[in-house]
Each structure stands twice: as structure tokens, then as C-alpha cells.
Design a binder for this molecule. Sequence first.
Ligand SMILES: Nc1ncnc2c1ncn2[C@@H]1O[C@H](COP(=O)(O)OP(=O)(O)OP(=O)(O)O)[C@@H](O)[C@H]1O
Ligand SMILES: [Mg+2]
Length: 315
Amino acid sequence: MIEVTDLTVRYGPAGGGVRALERINIRIEEGSIFGIVGESGSGKSTLAMTLMRLLPKSGTVEEGVIKLDGTDILKLPDREFRKMRGSTLSLVFQGAMNTLNPLIRIEDQVAEPLILHGEQNRAKAIEKAHETLQLVGLDSSTWRKYPHELSGGMKQRAVIASAIITGPKVLIADEPSTALDVITQVQIMNLLRTLQRTLKMTVIFISHDFPLVSEMSDRIAIMYGGKLCETGPNALILNRPLHPYTAGLIDSVPAVGRKKRISAIQGDPVDMRNPPSGCRFRPRCTKATDSCGSFDYTVTHAENEHDVYCTLYGN
Ligand SMILES: Nc1ncnc2c1ncn2[C@@H]1O[C@H](COP(=O)(O)OP(=O)(O)OP(=O)(O)O)[C@@H](O)[C@H]1O
Ligand SMILES: [Mg+2]
């Protein structure tokens, strides 16, 4: 179980800079798929990097606790956390398939995390790499190839193999299919789902693509401008969204074969350097009232662990 409480992350100097995450609260059940949705700049990758303790130097955790099975991972000494990173918690970085080393064979790149985590027998590491590559659907004809000899989908499979070779309990996948065509995208999604089931992992799936996240996840969180809008069971949010931003996201999805009018959300994304007071979605919200300007993001608990941050609810 992962519990994130009041997580606030800033880039840049204290008192200035950008608050990329502000008081984020989420709970992720062991063995589930948890989806995180939000438009570009909403803080999704920042959350992933904070969970992995891989924020760049300019990034600071101002406040908050991240517990993994009861352990506060932000407080662990570096040495201890380094053992955990990659073995307990693993991340498929956003755009990772484009950062494979062009000069290193696939089998070696996949074996590398194992060697980093102490496997001294290279032959053994390569054998495990082969097993893992097979598991992600890459057969022996690909093992000794270089990245440029593989298609996008195959590269993404290799990246996933290197993330799971150490047998992590938690796999974070940050936009794992964004650069792929739709057919390949579906294949990667199916692969992640199969791996989650067979390896009994907890998967955190991050994407700006609402239908994709909804398709994949048991529970989802919707983010806007570094804040949470709504979290809850996927089916409930899809059928009964509470937050106007979520409702807008759902209405902006084209439905194949149906003559549904698509309505885009009006206005521009938040200027994170100068966010509006109160609710960050307020300037674009069709339901905004005066009270939204001083909204302090008090959570309203609806039924079935469905939480919403909006002045339309509560009181
Ligand atoms: N290294 C950094 N230094 C300063 N600001 C940053 C840095 N990384 C991200 N930011 C800012 O933090 C905010 C959140 O960025 P983040 O990359 O987490 O968003 P995202 O939801 O992953 O977006 P995308 O969908 O484009 O991947 C943005 O306003 C971004 O400009
Ligand atoms: Mg991102």
C-alpha cells in the first residue's frame, strides 16, 4: 500500500519558483492499477519522480509523507533507498524508449539494473534478461539487436523489461504509450495489465489520455495545475464525475461511431508561476462562483471512497 499525504513539491528557490504539486493525498492499494490523469504541466511526472526520489536539484519536497507499506520513504537514508529504487519501486520514465543507449545491445541494457543491484555473474544476468524479454513478448531474434533495429513498440517492451527485471512490487509507468500508434498502444496496455496480474505488482499508470487511463485502472486521480480535483474508483468517476474539470475531460473525448458533440474545455492551462487564488480551475470553470476564489481545497468524501475538491460539494 502506498499512502501519499499532503505532498507539496516546489521547483526553484523557497518563496519563489513553481509549486508543481500542492497537498496531494492519494492511497494506492497493493496489487491494483492506479491511474493518474492530467493535462501537460499538471504535475504527473513530478509525482512519479518524487515517489522515486529522483527530483532534479531544483526540486524540493516542502511538505508531506510518502509511505510504502508503512515506511516513510522520504525519510530513508540515501543508501537504503537506493537499494529499494529499482528493486522494490521501479519507473518507466516518460520518453524512456528514446533514451536507450544506441551503442548497447538490448540484452545488455535489460540486464543492467540486475548488475547494478549486485548480480556479479554476467551470464546469469543475461539469462534473466532473456527470460524477462520473453515475458514482455520479445523473442530471441531481438535480444542481440541495437535499439535502432527495433520498432517503437519493441523498444517500449525492452524498456519495460529493464524496469521489471529486478522484480519490483511497484511499477510506475509515466506515459508509456504516448509516442506509439493506437494499435501498438493497445498492445503495450495489454502487456502492462498481464504483467501486473502475473507478477502481482502494483502499477501506477500516468497519462494525459483520460480514456486510456480509465480503460486501464481500478482507481484514478485527476490532477489540474499541481492539485488534485478528484480521486476514486474508475467506474464511478467515469459514470458520475463530480468535479467540473473531470466532467469536461469526459465530454471532450470523441466517441467512435456516435454522433456526440465534442465540447472542449474553454480557456488556457494554469500559469503555474502565477496561479489564480482558490481553485486553480476557477477561470475555466462554467460552474464557478465567488466562493471558488477563496477555496482552500477542503476535501469532500462522497460515497465509495470517492473524494472531490470543489466548492459545489460539502458543507
Ligand atoms: N526541472 C524542473 N525545473 C523547473 N520546473 C519544472 C521542472 N520540471 C517540471 N517543472 C514544472 O513543474 C510543473 C509540472 O511539470 P510535470 O513535468 O510534472 O508535468 P506533467 O504533468 O508530467 O506534464 P506532461 O504531461 O507534459 O508530461 C510544470 O509547470 C513544469 O514547468
Ligand atoms: Mg510528464
